[in-house]
Design a protein around this ligand. Structure first.
Ligand code: URP
Ligand code: ZN
Length: 486
């Protein structure tokens, strides 16, 4: 197949180039390529040719308590494909209390294998720490699961001592530790307080999960990483300006001075367990389109509508959004994930209308990531096309051991390609989307830029908004270790 006349965008630059695909791979990149006999030609005149999106934060089929996320690996990956995403790395749900790491990996292969329509990997999840779990981390790496998530809130959260053990092992193995940062004690205290005062509405979800609960957890994780000499950290769904400030210590000049001083001291201390840690620390931040585009005023929408936006951490305020955009542009934020975790509004209402604590947390988003980031970032905030691709494809692929197989358009890479019409204006409606859920938080939004064709390993799987791929076409991705270079 030959894609001609398009504008190829990578994290390195924007060039007019044709793209030859042979089998599953990109075979040639050059302007003015002539079709070979029998070669299918696709004219991409006026279109951007992007590397397929890489969304490293989804929760397909997530089972939390008795609520199951509405999108399976089949329906969720169809929605991803229709939105221009060709790779997901999914966060596993916690298994039964005390289960092994392998337990959930086995369960997730059953959920995804033969169902997903795009390529997929998994992040492991750790809900308790003992010698067996630490030994199993290596086993996960050998199966291509080179990242592991831990939580600072929820029932299977880890305490600081356990986290240090995980981080120390992760540093030895080169594994990325993903963290949900919210201080559990603060959140529980505030939830009890608002309930005691008889406040049960959606807005109390936000007021009981303040920005400082997130920022405290961010600062603590960085301190814990430093303690073990700099374990790779990936902080998911950063939502608050305060968290960006807390994260500055990981790479700011002051932090580097302070760290050099400490390193010098520890070098002179015989047998000092405080190992020399790299500066800046290998700490990477993710945010999501919802934190860049929506705000907490939605929790006051009429009736139960506020429940549509119930997620953790909650939506914040304009100053947070602006700070997050700045960090996307200047490089402090590395990756845009979606935290795609949809529940039907009817289910959110049935469970949460009288007590926000019972409403399942999470919103849909996997299908709109590229369109929102292009429209709000490139069109409205002058983000370069290369930065847009870096945030949505290249950097997530690098941080999670998928690059250069995924995340770029280069000879030898998988032919995961999106033809994107940068000028197309679309009004977002729930009916337009393929996510298996009864609403979208972006209903009525106008976006500029829309994916019109998606290829996964050389096969067209979406054309003009219609899924044309095949169930089970996606392959499990045995991931390499993360690339920590900035
Ligand atoms: O509200 C959210 N984010 N739901 C998904 C699970 C989690 O906490 O990441
Ligand atoms: Zn999540």
């Amino acid at each position: 197949m030959l894609i001609i006349n398009g504008t190829v965008v990578t994290a390195e630059g924007v060039i007019a180039s044709d793209v030859r695909i042979r089998g599953e791979k990109i075979a040639e990149l050059a302007a003015g390529l002539s079709p070979l006999p029998g070669e299918e030609v696709i004219d991409a005149s006026g279109l951007l040719v992007l590397p397929g999106g890489v969304d490293v934060h989804t929760h397909m089929d997530l089972l939390v308590g008795t609520a199951r996320a509405a999108d399976s690996f089949l329906t969720g990956s169809i929605a991803a494909a229709c939105g221009g995403t060709t790779t997901i790395v999914d966060h596993m749900a916690f298994g039964p209390v005390g289960c092994s790491l392998q337990h959930q990996l086995d369960a997730y292969h059953v959920l995804a294998d033969g169902k997903a329509v795009i390529d997929y990997g998994f992040h492991g999840v750790v809900g308790h720490v003992d010698d067996n779990v630490l030994a199993e981390m290596d086993q996960l790496v050998r199966q291509g699961v080179t990242s592991l998530k831990l939580y600072l809130t929820y029932d299977q959260r880890l305490d600081d001592e356990s986290i240090l053990r995980v981080l120390a092992r992760a540093r030895e193995l080169g594994m990325m530790i993903c963290v949900h940062c919210e201080n559990h004690a603060i959140v529980s205290w505030l939830r009890e307080s608002v309930m005691a005062e008889g406040h049960t509405q959606a807005r109390c979800h936000a007021s009981s999960r303040p920005d400082y609960a997130e920022a405290e957890a961010v600062g603590r994780m960085i301190a814990l990483s430093r303690t073990v000499g700099g374990a790779p950290l990936y902080l998911v769904h950063t939502s608050a300006a305060a968290s960006l400030l807390a994260a500055d210590v990981a790479w700011g000049p002051d932090a580097q001075d302070a760290q050099s001083e400490r390193d010098a001291q520890s070098e002179s201390a015989v047998g000092d367990p405080h190992q020399k840690s790299p500066t800046p620390l290998p700490v990477f931040l993710e945010t999501c389109p919802q934190y860049l585009t929506l705000d907490a005023a939605h929790y006051d929408d009429p009736g139960d509508e506020g429940l549509k936006y119930l997620m953790s951490p909650p939506l914040r305020h304009e100053r947070d959004r602006e700070a997050l955009w700045e960090a996307c542009l200047d490089g402090r934020i590395d990756v845009i994930g979606t935290d795609h975790c949809p529940f039907f509004f009817t289910e959110k209402q049935a469970r949460g209308a009288r007590d926000f604590r019972l409403c399942p947390n999470g919103i849909p988003g996997v299908e709109l990531r590229l369109a929102l980031m292009h429209s709000e970032g490139v069109v409205k905030r002058d983000m370069s096309l290369s930065r847009f691709v870096a945030l949505t494809s290249t950097l997530p692929a690098r941080r999670f051991g998928l690059y250069p197989q995924k995340g770029t358009i280069a000879v030898g890479s998988d032919a995961d390609i999106v033809l994107f019409d940068a000028g197309r204006e679309v009004e977002v409606t729930h009916e337009l989307l393929h996510e298996h859920v009864d609403y979208t938080p972006w209903e009525g939004w106008h976006v500029t830029g829309w994916p019109i064709m998606t290829f996964s390993r050389g096969v067209a799987i979406m054309k003009a908004g219609e899924f044309i791929g095949r169930e089970g076409q996606g392959r499990y991705l045995h991931r390499a270790l993360p690339d920590l270079e900035r």
